[in-house]
Design a protein around this ligand. Structure first.
Ligand code: BTN
Length: 273
């Protein structure tokens, strides 16, 4: 089981995770943290759980994760920015997570893995999902009062332990590297990196975010199936614009920016999550 006392002792952050709630079982860490945020919880509050009975993913999908194997956490941010920034913060968190994975593997002398981003915020390895991020916000006058970033990271779960619904489509770091991942170490590293990089990105007004994000995305120029507010559409992925929206070309050659939606399939063997 994840030892939260160890996390509290090892964690070298100033704010992030200083207010830490650990559960064995909960409906959803995001749902719980949104409630705490409404009750005035401070920025940097983190909720962790070993299991979720109603873990949620994007587009009202479920997030499955077997008990005590992975990391399920939510982070509370209070950025005092317009809602447009939510997308950039979400992209930034994917970058921080991917860099943390690289750094963790290196620090343990484990082989590197090739993490690729699928817009808006999936981390994939060999087209299988290693992690998903769900941002949910509370708004007031178009400003973000609270932004809850929910992160599910597959660390030690093996295929036979996985829910059959996602057995083939997900992958864990243990499967990829053959090594047990120290969840306390990984979590501390992630929260420490998050605190540092979040500030760095804020200082540059997120200018670096889009560039860094694009470096891990190899879907540009690819023909994909997109889910848009107007239905499914074939498109070619062209770019990510300065707001973090997906720029795609429709079959008539016209460019559009997709604010909400997602890439349902990319490569011929890609599966929509
Ligand atoms: C997605 O890929 O669709 C996003 C998945 C996000 C899952 C995490 S697990 C921790 C947090 N609590 C939730 O209920 N969801 C997020």
């Amino acid at each position: 089981m994840l030892n939260c006392d160890i996390v509290r002792t090892r964690l070298k952050t100033m704010i992030l995770g200083r207010n830490l709630y650990c559960f064995q079982i909960i409906d959803s860490t995001n749902a719980h943290l949104l409630d705490l945020a409404r009750d005035g919880a401070p920025e940097g509050t983190v909720v962790l759980s070993e299991f979720q009975t109603a873990g949620r993913g994007r587009k009202e999908r479920r997030w499955f994760s077997s008990k005590g194997k992975n990391l399920l956490l939510s982070i509370l941010l209070r950025p005092e920015l317009e809602i447009e920034y939510a997308q950039k913060i979400t992209l930034a968190s994917a970058i921080i997570l991917a860099n943390t994975i690289d750094q963790y593997l290196k620090s343990k002398n484990l082989p590197p893995v090739d993490i690729r981003f699928k817009w808006p915020n999936d981390l994939l390895v060999n087209n299988r999902k290693l992690s998903g991020i769900l941002a949910e916000s509370i708004l007031q006058d178009k400003k973000i009062v609270a932004l809850v970033l929910g992160v599910g990271i597959n660390l030690n779960e093996m295929p036979e332990e996985r829910d059959p619904a996602i057995r083939e489509r997900a992958v864990s770091l243990k499967e990829l590297t053959g090594a047990d991942i120290d969840r306390e170490d990984f979590l501390c590293l992630f929260l420490e990196n998050f605190e540092k990089d979040y500030e760095r990105f804020e200082r540059t007004l997120y200018r670096q975010v889009i560039e860094e994000w694009k470096r891990r995305c190899n879907q540009f120029g690819q023909k994909v199936l997109l889910e848009t507010p107007f239905g499914e559409q074939e498109a070619i992925v062209r770019d990510i614009n300065d707001s973090g929206f997906l720029v795609y070309e429709d079959m008539a050659g016209k460019l559009h920016a997709l604010v909400t939606g997602e890439i349902i399939s990319g490569h011929k063997d890609a599966s929509g999550f």
